[in-house]
Design a protein around this ligand. Structure first.
Ligand SMILES: *[C@@H]1O[C@H](CO)[C@@H](O)[C@H](O)[C@H]1NC(C)=O
Ligand SMILES: *[C@@H]1O[C@H](CO)[C@@H](O)[C@H](O)[C@H]1NC(C)=O
Ligand SMILES: *[C@@H]1O[C@H](CO)[C@@H](O)[C@H](O)[C@H]1NC(C)=O
Length: 386
């Protein structure tokens, strides 16, 4: 009894107290240790099997396959969980949380599994998509090669049927004003949501008045095979270009790198990450690019020219008609859509595609009013190819 008490109080050196019975105790102790060791081995192997199963990526990336690996089927399921985008596009993340999460997505050059890259079609709209029937025809049969995101006014409630490609593709949105920074915020929000799906490789910004000009396959190949991203970015002298630059943007933004370009862009994953992560240039544009400086015409072209000029094609792939003059490009309605008009949209272009001269320079066109839909659907088989 007394011995037990002492033992418990002075446990630093219990063996000394038991010196007399040491030889008898030792084998028993060894046995206990052995049992404990075996038990720990069992726990360790169970835990590691579980961990490898849980982080399915590890087993796919690591060329050394431990014996305890679960069967291949199970790995695939876990890999699926890793590569699958969030099951619903509606979430409660603030922009800050969203941009943080989007910046943290994997950025591997090579993926450890067969990956069919997708194009994210991002629709920046006020409300409905009046040209949706044309787009439905465009996307039909190409599942797995595209994803769709819609940013509209928060008050707008979409009612696409469950059979529509636009069904439940709305992202949490906020009011965006034309020509203001809130427009760039909306575009960044679209990019951030689309980045969460790691299969999205190229990101196209469109509006409700845009139409496709070619079949999906043609569009997909043109974009995927391009070495450059189709961001319009040019250095324009005069009041509507350099005239909008504000010296307070120094030292981050020098006038020699100040660029202008159409809001309707196509960018790759790397550039999309630059846009979503940016905290260096954003405050400068937010503060010093106010009307008559329009951030949606300068922020991305300038910022991406600074970050990665060598990746930009410096031209837009969205056709638009400024020939009527004024502040806004021409809007085309039902009466405008004739074969002659379509020939004008498709014809007479020349540009560089992967450093080679090309006559196919535009994959999309704007601006088309809802009244143009019927005529477009009629002419689509001949001109659009679907
Ligand atoms: C967002 O939050 C609201 C209430 O705070 C909740 O009812 C809703 O389920 C949440 N949505 C998601 C997608 O988490
Ligand atoms: C802007 O860049 C040019 C050359 O790229 C340089 O000569 C000039 O000093 C820069 N201006 C400022 C204010 O840093
Ligand atoms: C686009 O312009 C930048 C300069 O702003 C240049 O470095 C780049 O090479 C141009 N891209 C192409 C495809 O010519």
């Amino acid at each position: 009894m007394e011995l037990t008490v002492v033992h418990m109080e002075d446990c630093k050196d219990p063996l000394v107290l038991n010196r007399a019975g040491q030889t008898r105790v030792l084998p028993q102790r060894l046995l206990q240790l052995l049992v404990l060791f075996l038990f720990l081995c069992f726990i360790f192997s169970a835990v590691s099997t579980h961990m490898i199963g849980y982080f399915g990526v590890y087993s796919a990336v690591n060329p050394i396959r431990p014996n305890l690996l679960p069967p291949d089927g199970e790995q695939l399921i876990n890999l699926d969980q890793w590569i699958n985008p969030p099951s619903t596009l509606m979430h409660n993340m603030s922009d800050k949380e969203l941009f943080g999460r989007a910046s943290a997505v994997p950025r591997l050059e090579k993926y450890p599994f067969k990956r069919v890259p997708k194009i994210a079609f991002m629709f920046l709209t006020k409300g409905p998509l009046p040209l949706a029937p044309l787009w439905e025809r465009f996307f039909k049969g190409n599942e797995g090669r595209y994803s769709i995101y819609i940013h509209s006014l928060p008050s707008f409630e979409a009612d696409f049927p469950s059979s529509s490609v636009f069904y439940k593709r709305q992202i949490p949105s906020q009011v965006a004003e034309w020509g203001e920074m809130s427009m760039c915020d909306a575009e960044r929000r679209l990019l951030a949501n689309a980045l969460l799906d790691i299969l999205n490789e190229r990101f196209v910004l469109l509006s409700e008045s845009c139409i496709p000009l070619y079949t999906f396959t043609m569009t997909y190949d043109y974009i995927m095979r391009s070495k450059f991203s189709f961001m319009g970015a040019f250095d324009q002298p005069g009041p509507h270009g350099r005239g909008r630059y504000n010296e307070n943007m120094l030292p981050e933004v020098n006038i020699t790198i100040w660029r202008k370009g159409s809001q309707w862009f196509e960018i790759n994953r790397k550039l999309a990450l630059y846009v979503v992560e940016d905290t260096k240039f954003y405050p400068k544009f937010n503060e010093f690019c106010q009307p008559a400086c329009y951030p949606d015409e300068h922020y991305f072209p300038t910022m991406l020219t600074i970050k990665a000029a060598n990746l930009l094609a410096n031209r837009s792939i969205t056709w638009v008609d400024w020939s009527r003059g004024g502040d806004h490009p021409a809007m085309f309605g039902g009466a405008d859509i004739t074969e002659e008009f379509m020939e004008r949209v498709y014809g007479g272009h020349s540009c560089l595609y992967n450093d080679q001269p090309s006559s196919i320079c535009y994959l999309f066109a704007r601006k088309f009013s809802p009244s143009a839909l019927e005529a477009l659907l009629l002419l689509a088989p001949k001109f659009l190819g679907f």
